[in-house]
Design a binder for this molecule. Structure first.
Ligand SMILES: Cc1ncc(COP(=O)(O)O)c(C=O)c1O
Length: 354
């Protein structure tokens, strides 16, 4: 129920990914980015065909994808918004562990040990459009959000929040960056979570499940926001042929087999099972999630002991917070695996209350 932190969307060593990686391994492993490679182009085309974005830049991780997105927004601000360079982000968000992404992530536990942090980020209350409006100034170039705050608690915004944010960004002429590193590539029941909110980002970042286990990151932008000129951004390993071939194989499989739909269906089954458990055990106070990004919240800080007891019985689950668990399994699991997990959790909780 962890999938390498929401990475192994097709489980460990799925044959489609494993064969592609070993095949590509024997053809071409790395070239400089003076050249494009066919795996890069194929993956970029597939991403563009299946998203609302027009251009893709490949990197190696989520944090790096977000760094690139912020750099792009700042270039946009310099060019079109009188030099604006501030980015508004949300409290409770998680955007990665580089210094700038620590500043972007609105959680003091990640920030405090590393003061002083890079400037240019304003963390405001999540799910509060007024907070974004109040923080917007003529120095703002973008708002960056996770459609659902994943690491921060599986916090699901109100129905109107993202549309209101989109409208506000349009009114102000600033960019909307969606970090879909955890919510993307089918996890929440659609290929990208933004589809469920009826909005389109100007920039979107991806990593984690994109290549189902091989390190990769990407940021995508609409043409209007694609303001980099050659040399303004780069990465030695970004767009590596092996990573991109794995990404293409995983993404194509996910699209062709409608794995997002499976995530939605099995996610509902998991959520319903956890909900029945909530009715059985007063220890549980809330179940929330979309697709296969699900949290279970307890009334007290027992998550660590639940995790350890589950581990003893063969179930891996994530301690999201002292009082909450997160379920982020591979997207190809079925109801049988969910039943197995629920049975173990049931036994663990029943032992705890007896
Ligand atoms: C939403 C989100 N953004 C960014 C990151 C950072 O990704 P990486 O660890 O690949 O740098 C994560 C990782 O958990 C994430 O969940």
């Amino acid at each position: 129920m962890v999938a390498g932190w929401a990475v192994n969307s097709l489980e460990h060593c799925h044959p489609v990914v494993a064969k592609t990686v070993t095949g590509q391994w024997n053809v071409l492993i790395q070239v400089s980015n003076q050249f494009y490679t066919i795996p890069q182009v194929r993956l970029a085309e597939l991403l563009v065909q299946h998203s609302c974005l027009d251009k893709v830049f490949f990197g190696n991780s989520g944090a790096e994808a977000n760094e690139g997105a912020i750099k792009l927004a700042r270039r946009y601000g310099k060019r079109y918004l009188n030099g604006s360079d501030d980015v508004i982000t949300a409290m409770g968000s998680f955007h990665g562990r580089t210094l700038a992404m620590v500043a972007a992530s609105g959680q003091s536990k990640f920030q405090k040990p590393y003061f002083p942090l890079p400037i240019g980020f304003k963390n405001v209350e999540y799910n509060n459009i007024e907070a974004v409006k109040a923080a917007t100034t003529d120095k703002t170039c973008a708002v960056m959000l996770e459609p659902i705050e994943a690491e921060g608690g599986v916090n699901i915004p109100g129905d109107k929040y993202l549309t209101e944010i989109r409208t506000w960004c349009d009114q102000k002429g600033i960019l909307l960056i969606l970090d879909e590193i955890q919510t993307g590539i089918g996890r929440t029941g659609t290929l990208f979570a933004y589809e469920q909110y009826g909005i389109e980002p100007d920039i979107m970042t991806l990593a984690k499940g994109l290549a189902s286990g091989i390190p990769i990151g990407a940021f995508l932008a609409k043409d209007k926001a694609s303001v980099f000129t050659p040399g303004e951004h780069g990465s030695t390993f970004g767009g590596n042929p092996v990573a991109c071939a794995a990404g293409y194989a995983a993404l194509k499989f996910i699209i062709d087999n409608d794995i997002a739909q499976n995530a939605q269906r099995v996610g509902q089954y998991l959520t319903a099972g956890l909900e029945s458990m909530r009715q059985k055990y007063q220890l549980i106070i809330e179940v929330r999630g979309r697709g296969l990004l699900v949290a279970l919240e307890f009334g007290s800080d027992i998550a660590q002991s639940v995790v350890m007891a589950c581990l003893d019985r063969g179930l891996l689950v994530n301690r999201l917070k002292p009082n909450a668990l997160r379920f982020i399994p591979p997207l190809i699991i079925g109801n049988d695996e969910v039943d197995e997990a629920l049975n173990i959790l049931d036994k663990v909780l029943s032992d705890m209350v007896s």
